[in-house]
Design a protein around this ligand. Structure first.
Ligand SMILES: [Fe+2]
Length: 286
């Protein structure tokens, strides 16, 4: 009984139009219609919109959605989360329609991050159109990966490994950052222990070819998307990628050829984030 993959991400933003450029023109996702005409919806594959950006005074993730197997596993996981002392709320039929899933529950993780567990996505059978990208690596590996913060890293770790069934893959910065998997993608979730309320820090999308990364880099330059890390190769998931700052300065990684971990492998600490590259530029003033 465990989470299977990262299914979707819902953000609130004071500047949805900036996200239409960022996610549509730069990332190369497919803009689609959704239930709220003021929000922006983006498909990556045959899933309903995996990224949704709704207008909001405050910039924040409003839902980090993980896919679970089916109705029975959702019920069992919801029960386990509840037994861990976390209040779980079932999604309403209207909210299921908005997310295009058959059922879901929501709760705040021990760091305060808004988490949803969902099953039964309502698939889209017209082919996804991503003219700037040959394809996104999704399927059973899910949308990509996210890193969230938590004040109490231990509580966060215990919850994700002990209740949601994630496996620790590696650590960094003396254990302050933990990378965890729930499918062969090296990591689906990272926990960064730091002061303050939990928040979304990072999102990674994986594209099918190195040329997709290179063309993404060209679009970033053309659209003046601020660069965060130059092209480089990670030491943990071996991904070749670059990072940019999204509207509201989330660290967005655009990468290729991430490591697949098929078996349980002992955990390890990395002493550098990259074999080469990934030179850092601080965030722009916004
Ligand atoms: Fe990453």
């Amino acid at each position: 009984m465990r989470v299977r993959s990262l299914a979707y991400l819902r953000l609130g933003s004071p500047d949805v139009d900036a996200w239409r450029v960022f996610a549509g023109d730069f990332l190369g996702l497919m803009p689609v219609d959704g239930g709220n005409s003021d929000a922006a919806y983006f498909r990556m594959d045959d899933f309903p919109a995996r990224l949704v950006v709704e207008p909001s005074a405050e910039a924040a993730a409003t839902a980090i959605g993980f896919e679970v197997m089916d109705r029975r596993e959702l019920a069992a996981l919801a029960e386990a989360v509840s037994a861990h002392g976390i209040e779980v709320v079932a999604g309403t039929p209207e909210e299921c329609v908005e997310r295009q899933v058959t059922g879901f529950v929501r709760f705040a993780d021990p760091g305060g991050n808004p988490i949803e567990l969902a099953y039964g996505p309502i698939l889209q059978h017209d082919p996804v159109q991503t003219p700037n990208v040959s394809g996104f690596v999704t399927g059973g590996l899910g949308l990509g990966h996210v890193i969230v913060s938590a004040e109490d890293g231990e509580a966060q770790y215990d919850f994700y490994t002990g209740v949601l069934g994630f496996v620790e893959r590696n650590t960094m910065a003396g254990g302050r950052v933990v990378f965890m998997g729930c499918n062969p993608r090296h990591h689906t979730l990272g926990i960064n222990t730091r002061r303050g309320p939990g928040r979304l820090m990072h999102l990674m999308l994986e594209v099918a070819t190195l040329d997709d990364v290179g063309r993404g880099l060209d679009r970033a330059h053309r659209l003046k998307i601020p660069m965060m890390h130059t092209l480089g190769k990670h030491t943990n998931d071996r991904m070749v990628s670059f990072y940019v700052y999204s509207p509201e300065n989330y660290a967005i990684e655009y990468g290729w050829d991430g490591l697949l971990v098929e078996d349980e492998v002992p955990t390890y600490e990395i002493s550098a984030g990259a074999f080469w590259g990934h030179r850092f530029t601080p965030p722009p003033e916004r």
